[in-house]
Design a protein. Sequence first.
Length: 295
Amino acid sequence: MTDNRTATGSGARGPVLFIYAHPDDESFGAAGTIAALTDRGVPVTIVSATRGEAGEISDLELATPETLGEVREREMRDAMAVVGVTDIRFLDYRDSGMAGTPENNDPRAFVQAPEGEVVDRLLRLIRETRPETVVTFGPEGIYGHPDHRFAHRVARAAVLAAGDSRVGSDAGEPWCVRGLSYNAVPRERIQRLAQRPNGPFRSLSPEEMAEMGTPWSEITTVIDVSDFRERKERAIRAHLTQVGEGGPMSDMPRDEVERILSREHFVRAPLPWDDGPPPRDLLDDLAALYPAEPG
Ligand SMILES: [Zn+2]
Protein backbone atom coordinates (compact mmCIF):
# COMPACT_ATOMS: atom_id res chain seq x y z
CA MET A 1 0.00 0.00 0.00
CA THR A 2 1.71 3.17 -1.09
CA ASP A 3 -1.13 5.57 -0.53
CA ASN A 4 0.07 7.95 2.15
CA ARG A 5 -3.51 8.74 3.08
CA THR A 6 -4.31 5.17 4.14
CA ALA A 7 -3.90 4.78 7.89
CA THR A 8 -2.73 1.36 8.94
CA GLY A 9 -1.40 1.97 12.43
CA SER A 10 1.56 -0.29 11.77
CA GLY A 11 4.98 0.33 10.30
CA ALA A 12 6.70 3.66 9.95
CA ARG A 13 4.66 6.45 8.47
CA GLY A 14 5.15 10.13 8.50
CA PRO A 15 7.04 12.27 8.40
CA VAL A 16 5.68 14.71 10.95
CA LEU A 17 6.55 18.37 10.51
CA PHE A 18 6.60 20.64 13.56
CA ILE A 19 6.54 24.39 12.89
CA TYR A 20 7.56 26.59 15.84
CA ALA A 21 8.97 30.04 16.50
CA HIS A 22 11.84 29.72 18.98
CA PRO A 23 14.30 27.12 20.26
CA ASP A 24 12.62 25.47 23.30
CA ASP A 25 9.03 25.68 21.93
CA GLU A 26 9.50 22.14 20.62
CA SER A 27 10.95 20.72 23.86
CA PHE A 28 8.34 22.13 26.24
CA GLY A 29 5.47 21.49 23.84
CA ALA A 30 6.14 18.15 22.26
CA ALA A 31 9.48 16.48 23.13
CA GLY A 32 7.64 13.44 24.52
CA THR A 33 5.52 13.07 21.41
CA ILE A 34 8.58 13.58 19.23
CA ALA A 35 10.47 10.85 21.12
CA ALA A 36 7.49 8.49 20.74
CA LEU A 37 7.43 9.16 16.99
CA THR A 38 11.16 8.71 16.36
CA ASP A 39 11.18 5.53 18.51
CA ARG A 40 8.60 4.14 16.09
CA GLY A 41 10.77 5.06 13.12
CA VAL A 42 8.73 8.08 12.04
CA PRO A 43 10.92 10.81 10.51
CA VAL A 44 10.47 14.21 12.15
CA THR A 45 11.37 17.62 10.74
CA ILE A 46 11.32 20.70 12.95
CA VAL A 47 11.13 24.26 11.69
CA SER A 48 12.06 27.17 13.93
CA ALA A 49 11.33 30.60 12.52
CA THR A 50 13.95 32.28 14.73
CA ARG A 51 16.87 31.43 17.01
CA GLY A 52 15.35 33.05 20.10
CA GLU A 53 17.66 36.06 19.91
CA ALA A 54 15.45 38.36 22.00
CA GLY A 55 14.96 36.21 25.08
CA GLU A 56 16.44 36.67 28.53
CA ILE A 57 19.77 34.92 29.12
CA SER A 58 19.66 32.73 32.21
CA ASP A 59 23.40 32.92 32.81
CA LEU A 60 25.59 35.60 31.25
CA GLU A 61 28.52 33.18 31.17
CA LEU A 62 26.72 31.18 28.50
CA ALA A 63 26.02 33.83 25.87
CA THR A 64 25.91 37.54 25.08
CA PRO A 65 23.07 39.24 23.24
CA GLU A 66 25.31 39.03 20.14
CA THR A 67 25.98 35.30 20.38
CA LEU A 68 22.59 34.26 21.74
CA GLY A 69 21.10 33.10 18.43
CA GLU A 70 24.09 30.92 17.65
CA VAL A 71 24.14 29.46 21.17
CA ARG A 72 20.40 28.73 21.09
CA GLU A 73 20.68 26.99 17.74
CA ARG A 74 23.28 24.68 19.29
CA GLU A 75 21.09 24.12 22.35
CA MET A 76 18.14 23.20 20.15
CA ARG A 77 20.23 20.74 18.14
CA ASP A 78 21.47 19.16 21.41
CA ALA A 79 17.90 19.00 22.76
CA MET A 80 16.54 17.36 19.65
CA ALA A 81 19.42 14.86 19.49
CA VAL A 82 18.06 13.54 22.81
CA VAL A 83 14.73 12.68 21.14
CA GLY A 84 16.16 11.45 17.86
CA VAL A 85 15.76 14.45 15.54
CA THR A 86 18.50 15.85 13.32
CA ASP A 87 16.42 17.55 10.61
CA ILE A 88 16.02 21.09 11.97
CA ARG A 89 15.39 24.02 9.64
CA PHE A 90 15.76 27.65 10.68
CA LEU A 91 13.90 30.29 8.70
CA ASP A 92 16.49 32.88 9.85
CA TYR A 93 14.07 35.54 11.04
CA ARG A 94 14.79 37.35 14.30
CA ASP A 95 12.93 36.73 17.54
CA SER A 96 10.29 39.50 17.78
CA GLY A 97 10.30 39.58 21.59
CA MET A 98 7.27 39.77 23.84
CA ALA A 99 4.32 41.94 22.77
CA GLY A 100 4.99 45.65 23.15
CA THR A 101 8.80 45.43 23.29
CA PRO A 102 11.06 47.41 20.89
CA GLU A 103 12.20 44.14 19.25
CA ASN A 104 8.72 43.90 17.67
CA ASN A 105 9.74 46.70 15.29
CA ASP A 106 13.15 45.36 14.25
CA PRO A 107 12.97 44.95 10.45
CA ARG A 108 14.50 41.47 10.84
CA ALA A 109 11.80 40.43 13.34
CA PHE A 110 9.68 37.42 12.35
CA VAL A 111 6.46 39.40 12.75
CA GLN A 112 7.76 42.01 10.29
CA ALA A 113 8.26 39.44 7.53
CA PRO A 114 5.72 39.66 4.70
CA GLU A 115 3.12 36.97 5.37
CA GLY A 116 3.11 35.81 1.73
CA GLU A 117 6.88 35.30 1.78
CA VAL A 118 6.77 33.06 4.87
CA VAL A 119 3.75 31.11 3.59
CA ASP A 120 5.53 30.49 0.29
CA ARG A 121 8.66 29.18 2.04
CA LEU A 122 6.60 26.84 4.24
CA LEU A 123 4.46 25.72 1.31
CA ARG A 124 7.62 24.63 -0.52
CA LEU A 125 8.88 22.85 2.58
CA ILE A 126 5.58 20.98 2.96
CA ARG A 127 5.56 19.91 -0.67
CA GLU A 128 9.21 18.83 -0.34
CA THR A 129 8.88 16.84 2.91
CA ARG A 130 5.27 15.60 2.28
CA PRO A 131 4.35 15.26 5.96
CA GLU A 132 1.47 13.09 7.11
CA THR A 133 0.84 15.53 9.92
CA VAL A 134 1.81 19.12 10.67
CA VAL A 135 1.94 20.42 14.24
CA THR A 136 2.14 24.13 15.04
CA PHE A 137 0.76 26.68 17.50
CA GLY A 138 -2.93 27.45 17.89
CA PRO A 139 -4.28 30.95 17.21
CA GLU A 140 -3.75 31.91 20.87
CA GLY A 141 0.00 31.15 20.64
CA ILE A 142 -0.14 29.39 24.05
CA TYR A 143 0.57 32.56 25.99
CA GLY A 144 0.09 35.14 23.25
CA HIS A 145 3.70 35.58 22.10
CA PRO A 146 3.51 37.52 18.79
CA ASP A 147 5.86 35.05 17.08
CA HIS A 148 3.73 32.08 18.16
CA ARG A 149 0.57 33.70 16.83
CA PHE A 150 2.26 34.60 13.56
CA ALA A 151 3.69 31.07 13.25
CA HIS A 152 0.15 29.74 13.60
CA ARG A 153 -1.17 31.98 10.83
CA VAL A 154 1.56 31.25 8.31
CA ALA A 155 1.78 27.52 9.07
CA ARG A 156 -1.97 27.03 8.70
CA ALA A 157 -2.05 29.08 5.50
CA ALA A 158 0.88 27.08 4.11
CA VAL A 159 -0.82 23.74 4.87
CA LEU A 160 -3.95 24.88 3.02
CA ALA A 161 -1.96 26.31 0.11
CA ALA A 162 0.24 23.19 -0.18
CA GLY A 163 -2.87 21.09 -0.82
CA ASP A 164 -4.32 23.51 -3.35
CA SER A 165 -3.33 22.67 -6.93
CA ARG A 166 -4.09 26.22 -8.02
CA VAL A 167 -1.32 27.60 -5.79
CA GLY A 168 2.41 27.65 -6.51
CA SER A 169 2.66 25.71 -9.76
CA ASP A 170 6.44 26.28 -9.60
CA ALA A 171 6.61 25.12 -5.97
CA GLY A 172 6.29 21.35 -6.32
CA GLU A 173 3.41 18.87 -6.50
CA PRO A 174 0.37 19.67 -4.34
CA TRP A 175 0.37 17.83 -1.00
CA CYS A 176 -2.65 17.36 1.26
CA VAL A 177 -1.58 16.60 4.82
CA ARG A 178 -3.71 14.09 6.69
CA GLY A 179 -3.56 15.96 9.97
CA LEU A 180 -3.06 19.48 11.24
CA SER A 181 -2.81 19.87 15.00
CA TYR A 182 -2.13 22.76 17.32
CA ASN A 183 0.17 22.27 20.29
CA ALA A 184 -1.84 23.36 23.31
CA VAL A 185 -1.39 23.98 27.00
CA PRO A 186 -4.54 23.70 29.13
CA ARG A 187 -5.63 27.11 30.34
CA GLU A 188 -6.10 25.76 33.86
CA ARG A 189 -2.47 24.63 33.93
CA ILE A 190 -1.16 28.04 32.88
CA GLN A 191 -3.28 29.68 35.54
CA ARG A 192 -1.92 27.27 38.15
CA LEU A 193 1.68 27.90 37.07
CA ALA A 194 1.16 31.66 37.11
CA GLN A 195 0.28 31.54 40.78
CA ARG A 196 3.75 30.33 41.68
CA PRO A 197 6.12 33.07 42.86
CA ASN A 198 8.96 32.16 40.48
CA GLY A 199 6.87 30.34 37.93
CA PRO A 200 6.60 31.12 34.24
CA PHE A 201 3.73 33.44 33.23
CA ARG A 202 3.87 35.26 36.60
CA SER A 203 4.08 38.64 34.84
CA LEU A 204 0.73 38.24 33.09
CA SER A 205 -2.20 40.45 34.08
CA PRO A 206 -5.52 38.86 35.09
CA GLU A 207 -7.02 39.99 31.76
CA GLU A 208 -4.19 38.38 29.81
CA MET A 209 -4.47 35.30 31.99
CA ALA A 210 -8.12 34.77 31.07
CA GLU A 211 -7.10 34.32 27.41
CA MET A 212 -4.06 32.12 27.96
CA GLY A 213 -3.81 28.57 26.74
CA THR A 214 -6.69 26.41 25.59
CA PRO A 215 -9.79 25.42 27.57
CA TRP A 216 -10.13 21.68 28.23
CA SER A 217 -13.24 21.52 26.10
CA GLU A 218 -11.26 22.39 22.95
CA ILE A 219 -8.41 19.91 23.47
CA THR A 220 -8.91 16.89 21.23
CA THR A 221 -5.76 14.83 21.78
CA VAL A 222 -3.90 14.06 25.00
CA ILE A 223 -0.83 11.83 24.94
CA ASP A 224 0.62 10.35 28.13
CA VAL A 225 4.34 10.75 27.55
CA SER A 226 5.49 9.34 30.93
CA ASP A 227 7.61 6.75 29.13
CA PHE A 228 9.50 9.60 27.45
CA ARG A 229 9.50 12.05 30.37
CA GLU A 230 13.11 11.53 31.29
CA ARG A 231 14.21 12.33 27.73
CA LYS A 232 11.82 15.28 27.55
CA GLU A 233 13.37 16.67 30.69
CA ARG A 234 16.88 16.26 29.28
CA ALA A 235 15.76 18.02 26.07
CA ILE A 236 14.37 20.94 28.09
CA ARG A 237 17.55 21.16 30.15
CA ALA A 238 19.65 21.34 26.98
CA HIS A 239 18.18 24.83 26.51
CA LEU A 240 20.56 26.12 29.17
CA THR A 241 20.35 29.81 28.28
CA GLN A 242 16.58 29.62 28.76
CA VAL A 243 16.10 27.32 31.73
CA GLY A 244 19.25 27.99 33.76
CA GLU A 245 20.66 25.52 36.22
CA GLY A 246 17.54 24.58 38.09
CA GLY A 247 15.05 24.98 35.28
CA PRO A 248 11.82 26.98 35.23
CA MET A 249 10.09 24.47 37.47
CA SER A 250 12.90 24.14 40.02
CA ASP A 251 10.83 25.50 42.92
CA MET A 252 7.97 23.08 42.29
CA PRO A 253 7.32 19.81 44.08
CA ARG A 254 8.77 16.96 42.08
CA ASP A 255 5.45 15.15 41.65
CA GLU A 256 3.89 18.30 40.16
CA VAL A 257 6.81 18.65 37.71
CA GLU A 258 6.44 15.02 36.68
CA ARG A 259 2.71 15.41 36.19
CA ILE A 260 3.22 18.48 33.99
CA LEU A 261 5.92 16.83 31.90
CA SER A 262 3.91 13.64 31.43
CA ARG A 263 1.10 15.00 29.26
CA GLU A 264 1.14 16.67 25.88
CA HIS A 265 -1.98 18.26 24.44
CA PHE A 266 -3.13 19.05 20.93
CA VAL A 267 -6.14 20.48 19.14
CA ARG A 268 -6.95 18.81 15.83
CA ALA A 269 -7.95 21.28 13.14
CA PRO A 270 -10.40 20.39 10.36
CA LEU A 271 -9.07 20.60 6.79
CA PRO A 272 -11.03 21.52 3.69
CA TRP A 273 -10.27 18.18 2.01
CA ASP A 274 -11.73 16.09 4.86
CA ASP A 275 -15.05 14.49 3.82
CA GLY A 276 -16.16 14.06 7.40
CA PRO A 277 -14.45 13.93 10.76
CA PRO A 278 -10.65 14.24 10.41
CA PRO A 279 -9.08 10.85 9.54
CA ARG A 280 -6.96 9.13 12.16
CA ASP A 281 -3.34 10.31 12.08
CA LEU A 282 -0.10 9.55 13.90
CA LEU A 283 -0.99 11.70 16.91
CA ASP A 284 -4.29 9.81 17.25
CA ASP A 285 -2.31 6.55 17.12
CA LEU A 286 -0.05 7.77 19.94
CA ALA A 287 -3.03 8.97 22.00
CA ALA A 288 -4.57 5.49 21.64
CA LEU A 289 -1.28 3.81 22.52
CA TYR A 290 -0.55 6.11 25.47
CA PRO A 291 -3.98 7.19 26.69
CA ALA A 292 -4.23 9.97 29.27
CA GLU A 293 -6.91 11.82 31.09
CA PRO A 294 -6.64 15.56 30.53
CA GLY A 295 -4.42 17.09 33.20
ZN1 LIG B 1 8.38 30.47 21.81
